[in-house]
Design a protein around this ligand. Structure first.
Ligand code: PGA
Length: 253
């Protein structure tokens, strides 16, 4: 049984005060669900990670970083290592989020190094994959997602990949208000799970959680979660509103 997983990606939002308040509110109001029935994690900006991690340390909600660098330490100005993240209480990392691929220009090769470094550093990476609208329109969704998954996990053993969560986030659905239908999500999640079985084994494929992301709201979360291969949700905009995020958590639990 795959435990549902709801993750809130705050992106470049919040401040000292709102980050801690939002995390506290989510932790306290979801305390009866989190742990047993569902995994919940929030992904604040780097500068607020430490205070958020401290604010929720007595709760069951986890904290993750929106990015990580693959080198352990040294002359890499501006970058943050897995061991630093672990040191301040992070559990998860996001690797290959579409904004990092398409706004910052990260490649599959760099993302693969970040996934590997997260695992070696004792963190649990969420590898994000997803096609552009032009790729969907050209019927290239399967090809793109297959390439991103194979390259993102290249060189990793089955044991290492068991630390990984996959997030399918069609780029055209992120921050646009245009959610994939639950059938569109299910179709791609099924492709991802079959691919994991092919690349590793059926046990790993059955155990790996595959999240959907892209304009998830309290209004569509239950329908998305009703699909057999949708194991959780990666929520952007709606995770900045405690009531909305809590409603999504409840619908997924
Ligand atoms: P959104 O973002 O929910 O605002 O569409 C999702 C994401 O980018 O993870």
């Amino acid at each position: 049984m795959r435990k549902p997983f709801v993750a809130g990606n705050w992106k470049m939002n919040t401040d000292t005060h709102t980050s801690v308040n939002l995390a506290r509110r989510v932790a306290s109001d979801s305390s009866e669900l989190v742990g047993h029935n569902i995994t919940v994690a929030v992904f604040p900006p780097f500068v607020y990670l430490h205070s958020v991690a401290q604010a929720v340390s007595a709760s069951n909600i986890a904290v993750g970083a929106q990015d990580v660098y693959f080198e352990p330490k040294g002359a890499f100005t501006g970058e943050i290592s897995a061991s630093m993240l672990k040191d301040i209480g992070c559990i998860y990392t996001l690797c290959g989020h579409s904004e990092r691929r398409h706004v910052i220009g990260e490649t599959d090769e760099l993302i693969n190094k970040k996934v590997a470094a997260s695992i070696s550093g004792g963190l649990l990476p969420i590898l994000c994959v997803g096609e552009l609208l032009s790729e969907r329109d050209a019927s290239k969704t399967e090809e793109v997602v297959t390439r991103q998954l194979k390259n993102g996990l290249a060189g990793l053993s089955t044991e290492k990949v068991s630390a990984v969560t996959i997030a399918y986030e069609p780029v055209w659905a992120i921050g646009t208000g245009r959610t994939a239908t639950s059938q569109q999500a299910q179709e791609v999640h099924d492709i991802v799970r079959k691919l994991l079985a092919e690349m590793y084994d059926s046990e790993l494929a059955e155990e790996t959680r595959i999240l959907y992301g892209g304009s998830v709201t309290p209004g569509n979360s239950a329908e998305l979660m009703s699909q057999p291969d949708v194991d959780g949700l990666l929520v952007g905009g709606a995770s900045l509103n405690a009531d909305d995020f809590l409603a999504i958590i409840r619908s997924a639990a």
